[in-house]
Design a protein around this ligand. Structure first.
Ligand SMILES: Nc1ccn([C@@H]2O[C@H](COP(=O)(O)OP(=O)(O)OP(=O)(O)O)[C@@H](O)[C@H]2O)c(=O)n1
Ligand SMILES: C[C@](O)(CO)[C@H](O)COP(=O)(O)O
Length: 234
């Protein structure tokens, strides 16, 4: 099915983390998966989309790996300096989009470099669902397991009602101006922002949850990469 009916969009890829939980010899976004780096797989999903306007990759100032990737010379791909936290990196990427001439009313999708298994069907479902949404939203997965709230000692305090609990994934899709300002305001107020939606929530909005595939996982620990390697081999 053609994608021409879907909205045009920009992308920001936070890729400036060190991957400490991965315990690898390099930042996890540069680990190999099926012959390419995790970051290259992540970018491929967007670089192959006809509605992409441009893409900013936020990398650490001392990142020596990025210039070696072929995609770093793609004219649609731009580099921005990452920051100390993921949210700082994202804000730097949003400000770079504005510098590049993106309009405040343009859609921007923020997607973790560490999520290389995003399905194009999920990307298109997100774009179609939110094309006319007044706020924006995110790919997410309803909780599947029984969930417990614990105390500091790891003792169960209660079983949470999982019918209203979702896991937030990425891409997260918002208008450039509202996301950039909400993120800047939240960070300026010392609010802990672990995803883009929480900045919009802090600003009083209610982003839409768009159900996606559970295998759009974030490569966080060694077993995550092992699982995906096996999955892609089969
Ligand atoms: N200062 C930071 C921290 C993280 N990220 C990016 O945000 C995404 C999700 O973060 P996470 O999975 O936590 O990556 P790391 O911070 O690298 O992992 P860790 O917490 O294990 O160090 C990753 O693509 C990571 O590169 C970023 O751009 N800037
Ligand atoms: C943005 C995110 O992937 C949504 O689940 C998550 O918040 C990133 O958290 P991290 O600790 O920076 O990996």
């Amino acid at each position: 099915m053609s994608a021409a009916h879907l909205p045009l969009f920009w992308v920001v890829i936070p890729a400036a983390g060190i991957g400490s939980r991965m315990r690898a010899d390099r930042p996890k976004q540069y680990l190999q998966l099926a012959g390419k780096t995790i970051l290259e797989h992540t970018l491929d999903c967007f670089l192959g989309h006809p509605q992409l306007k441009g893409l900013v990759v936020c990398v650490a100032g001392d990142d020596a790996y990025w210039p070696d990737l072929a995609c770093s010379t793609d004219p649609r791909v731009h580099r921005a300096d990452g920051g100390s936290e993921r949210a700082d990196s994202v804000l730097g990427g949003l400000r770079e989009l504005t510098r590049l001439g993106a309009s405040d009313g343009d859609w921007v999708l923020v997607h973790d470099a560490a999520r290389p298994n995003l399905a194009v069907t999920d990307l298109n479902h997100l774009l179609e669902t939110l094309a006319d949404d007044p706020v924006g939203g995110l790919l997410a997965v309803p909780a599947r397991d029984t969930l417990k709230r614990a105390d500091a000692d790891g003792r169960v305090q209660e079983t949470v009602d999982r019918s209203v609990i979702w896991q937030a994934f990425t891409p997260q899709m918002f208008r450039l101006g509202s996301l950039r300002e909400a993120l800047a305001d939240a960070l300026g107020s010392g609010v802990a922002v672990t995803d883009e939606a929480s900045a919009l929530e802090w600003a009083g909005h209610h982003p839409r949850l768009v159900e996606g595939r559970a295998d759009n996982l974030k490569i966080t620990r060694p077993e995550d990469l092992q699982w995906l390697e096996q999955r892609w081999k089969s």
